[in-house]
Design a protein around this ligand. Structure first.
Ligand SMILES: CC(C)(COP(=O)(O)OP(=O)(O)OC[C@H]1O[C@@H](n2cnc3c(N)ncnc32)[C@H](O)[C@@H]1OP(=O)(O)O)[C@@H](O)C(=O)NCCC(=O)NCCS
Length: 170
């Protein structure tokens, strides 16, 4: 597989990923057509940090991975999310795509930490977090989906000294 920047023609893939009740079981349920279209407009902007996951064998889009900025308890961090459509799940694609997106966030290097907020019941997502090294996991209640429990995974994209050197251009 490979990832490439999210494109103008990728709305159907986003609808498959975010409009499906089963896919969105841990994420507050399927999103509306309007909300997905709004996301599409943001994702297709250059440097959105959103990527299409492509199956190398067929060239087909099989999922999404992306990162963005958020404020978490007064600190600016990256947040990352991922989604692989059902026929392609369980083949290691989600893990590989996540590794590539983390590498990109690390190369960009604007924030020291990258967070993921998988529901505690989302076994594959928690497995992906474990694989990339989680720091200080805590369980929090997020507003979406209302009141459900999510584990905050803090993934440090780079060690502090390396991060500071990059920020200072050394
Ligand atoms: C989460 C998701 C992207 C995983 O994609 P995937 O391509 O199937 O993931 P992978 O095949 O790379 O598997 C990732 C890990 O989960 C494990 N895993 C997969 N399915 C599992 C299951 N049902 N129960 C427990 N572990 C599971 C795999 O063994 C693997 O761990 P390992 O590398 O230590 O063996 C996919 O299930 C999905 O799109 N879900 C719906 C959207 C979603 O919930 N996104 C997450 C937002 S936080």
């Amino acid at each position: 597989m490979r990832i490439e920047p999210w494109g103008e023609g990728d709305l159907p893939l986003l609808e498959t990923a975010l409009g499906d009740p089963q896919m969105m079981e841990h994420l507050g349920g399927p999103e509306s057509i309007e909300k997905i279209a709004k996301r599409q407009a943001g994702y297709e902007r250059p440097d959105s940090g959103q990527f299409k996951i492509i199956d190398e064998a067929t060239g087909e889009g099989v999922g999404w991975v992306g990162y963005w900025e958020r404020t978490w308890r007064g600190e600016q961090v990256y947040e990352i999310g991922w989604s692989v459509i059902p026929p392609f799940q369980g083949r290691g694609i989600g893990g590989l795509a996540t590794a590539q997106a983390i590498a990109m966030a690390r190369a960009e290097g604007k924030h020291r930490f990258l967070h993921a907020y998988p529901s505690v019941n989302n076994a594959p997502s928690n497995a992906i977090c474990r694989k990339f090294g989680l720091h200080a996991p805590r369980v929090v209640r997020l507003r979406v989906p209302a009141g459900s429990l999510h584990a905050v995974q803090r993934l440090a994209p780079r060690p502090p000294r390396e991060f500071l050197r990059a920020r200072l251009g050394l």
